[in-house]
Design a protein around this ligand. Structure first.
Ligand code: ZN
Length: 245
């Protein structure tokens, strides 16, 4: 009943939010680099339940595409996780399953079953990334496997050839590991330019997400989709309001 009342108060917007998460785990001790990107499972659950209570449906990029193209309308938001952390399968997937939400996780093909090696120079704690078996479990639960390059470089700093290899060669490896087609790409560190967007399009992806902060509008360019980063201290209500704006 509360849902019905809330639905009447808030009308669906043509601006669609895509949420960006990394790790769903109890945060590391104070002072640990990049601590803000770990969202506690209980807080994540609260954020998802607030959105559900207001009639929102969380969708993977694949499931969101008809809304982005204006073919479907409704109160939806995109749900994405970067880097393929095992803690997302362990701590977020059960909540998503309970609420009937789907999500996209962007995997790094050179670190399947490995760890976040690219974070080592910044002294960010090492965390396990999903194995092939775990990636298949993610996909079997109705979620999407996306691509996040081979080694998580800053693409704009690479030569044309190296960037092309990072973008193109990770696709088949992730498809084989996850046992599903890979159509969604995500720029590591948000790094992209016109040349890199063209490489992604030529590699037969159908979308690419960035770290630019805003909502997506129907008809926006599909290879530079903005997202809203959710951080450790964001209460469920704040995430809801950021989706509504
Ligand atoms: Zn990343």
């Amino acid at each position: 009943m509360m849902d019905k009342k809330n639905n009447e108060l808030i009308k669906p917007s043509s601006a669609i939010p895509i949420l960006l998460y990394h790790k769903i785990e109890p945060p590391a001790p104070t002072g640990t680099p990049s601590r803000s990107l770990s969202v506690h499972p209980k807080r994540f659950e609260s954020q998802m339940r607030w959105l559900k209570a207001f009639g929102y449906q969380g969708l993977s990029i694949c499931d969101l595409m008809p809304y982005l193209e204006g073919k479907k309308a409704g109160r939806v938001f995109g749900l994405t996780f970067d880097d393929g952390y095992r803690n997302v399968l362990q701590n977020a997937a059960p909540i998503l399953g309970d609420l009937g939400f789907t999500a996209t996780n962007y995997f790094v093909s050179g670190q399947i079953g490995g760890y976040n090696q690219w974070d080592v120079p910044r002294k960010i704690p090492k965390l396990p990334l999903m194995t092939e078996l775990e990636m298949r479990e993610w996909v079997d639960n109705g979620h999407e496997a996306g691509a996040h390059t081979i080694s998580h470089p800053v693409l704009a700093d690479l030569s044309h050839e190296a960037a092309q290899q990072e973008i193109t060669d990770c696709k088949k490896v992730i498809e084989d590991a996850a046992g599903a087609p890979v159509k969604a790409f995500c720029y590591p560190h948000g790094s992209h330019n016109t040349n890199i967007r063209t490489l992604v399009e030529n590699a037969e992806y159908t979308s690419a997400t960035t770290t630019k902060k805003s909502h997506v509008r129907t008809g926006d360019e599909r290879f530079s989709l903005p997202r809203i980063t959710v951080r450790r201290t964001d209460p469920g209500l704040k995430v809801l309001f950021r989706c509504l704006i």
